[in-house]
Design a binder for this molecule. Structure first.
Ligand SMILES: C[C@H](O)[C@H](O)[C@@H](O)C(=O)CO
Ligand SMILES: [Mn+2]
Length: 415
């Protein structure tokens, strides 16, 4: 492998790319791994059916049912994925060793197993209040006309701020706490301003808590529609971008949350001009916000290229967000995590300064030629070398480990 790597490295260097620097940057760039692919976004607080206009489809056997099973599955994926990782939790994954409490009463102690899990693996923890799959989330939450419902979810989000602070303190890294609400309407609204004003006021109350803004980065995730809320969402892109900019929190773009012809890769540079940090949920929408497994496809590569072109590896907080229950969940996670790393490496191996120079000179012929020729450079040799250097399986060898584990897993967990 080393001979192929050295030969391919020379080709990239001839193109003007510093391969060693690319590998170093890649190994330092964290991907936040979403916990919810492992159990179909069910969680452990008895939430029951997934609500909020999102859906997991499929019923492949072996879903993780307990914190221990989910942690085992996360470990299985970590062993197959190169690079730096963080773990992204939802509040509904609280572990109640004593009496269970409602979501507005959760405390850091309810996440102690996760803190120890992350500490033992050198992982940072990111966090999400869970404003769905709950009796008080039957439609609207932070934008609800009933002040008691709003106050419940405000208390929940403030409880999550305290938990996020403890995550950051104990793991000695920031915690990104991302707020997404499902609030929307199935059909044409009679009042678009009211819910958005209430949402804004609820967020202001949440952020009035004296939390450590150096440790906890609050993000706000937009959405354009959901199942059962096709006609209106309170947290539209315009709302979340303006709220985040005006309050100094972090906007989060999920590339499944826009109209089909809109591309997050095209939005990122604009956001980076006005925000110190931008958070992402990289996913794959198919016909709708279907949360398919991330592919090594053009848009995933283009998002990665924009992060590199904008020199924003320390300003873009990248997490994955997909949940596919139709295939082996460990394989789904591993494919998505490895593909995001591949896309970042692919971008880091692009001759960005030459592409920019060609564009600035309006030499669009060279620009097109370079973009196209780069597609057939020996990326695979560099990727294989990277996996080997990160002590993870090369090419499809990771799949053997998944299949070997699956048989025992299915005997233990059944359907
Ligand atoms: C589980 C996540 O909070 C959820 O997927 C959210 O990020 C989203 O994208 C909803 O469509
Ligand atoms: Mn998302």
């Amino acid at each position: 492998m080393m001979d192929r790597f050295q030969e391919s490295k020379r080709l990239y260097e001839h193109l003007g790319v510093d391969v060693d620097a690319a590998l170093r940057k890649l190994s330092d760039f964290p991907i936040s791994m979403h916990c919810w692919q492992g159990d179909d976004v069910v969680g452990f607080d008895g939430a029951g059916a997934l609500s909020g206009g999102i859906q997991t489809t499929g019923n492949y056997p072996g879903r993780a049912r307990t914190p221990r099973e989910l942690m085992e599955d996360i470990d299985a994926v970590l062993a197959l994925t190169p690079g730096k990782k963080r773990l992204n939790l939802h509040a509904s994954y609280a572990v109640f060793e004593g009496d269970q409490v409602d979501r507005d009463q959760i405390k850091p102690e309810h996440f102690r197993p996760w803190i120890e899990f992350a500490k033992d693996r050198g992982l940072g923890l990111d966090f999400n209040p869970t404003l769905f799959s709950h009796p008080k989330a039957a439609g609207l939450t932070l934008s609800h006309p009933d002040p008691e419902i709003r106050k419940f979810w405000i208390r929940h989000c403030q409880a999550c701020l305290r938990i996020s602070e403890v995550f950051a303190e104990e793991l000695n890294t920031y915690c990104l706490m991302n707020i997404w609400i499902p609030d929307g309407l199935k059909d044409i609204p009679g009042d678009r301003m009211g819910p958005r004003r209430r949402f804004m006021e609820s967020l202001d109350e949440i952020l009035s808590l004296d939390y450590d803004r150096n440790k906890v980065l609050v993000a706000l995730e937009s959405k354009v529609f959901g199942i059962g809320m096709e006609s209106y969402t309170a947290g539209s892109a315009e709302f979340t971008m303006n709220y985040a900019l005006s309050r100094g929190i972090t906007p989060l773009m999920d590339n499944g949350h826009y109209h089909p012809t809109e591309l997050v890769s095209d939005k990122l540079s604009s956001m980076l001009l006005f925000h110190p940090k931008v958070a992402l949920h990289v996913t794959r929408p198919v016909r709708w916000d279907s949360d398919h497994v991330v592919l090594f496809d053009d848009e995933t590569k283009e998002i990665a290229k924009e992060i590199v072109r904008c020199d924003a590896l320390d300003r873009v907080l990248l997490g994955l967000d997909f949940f596919d229950a139709s295939i082996n969940r460990i394989a789904a996670w591993t494919i998505g995590m490895r593909n995001m790393q591949k896309a970042m490496l692919y971008a880091l191996l692009m001759p960005m300064s030459r592409l920019k120079e060609a564009q600035d000179k309006q030499d669009f012929t060279t620009l097109l030629m370079l973009n196209e020729e780069c597609k057939t450079y020996p990326f695979q040799d560099i990727w294989d070398y990277y996996c080997e250097s990160q002590q993870v399986p090369v090419r499809e060898e990771w799949f053997l480990a998944v299949r070997q584990r699956e048989a025992a897993l299915l005997r233990q967990r059944g359907d």
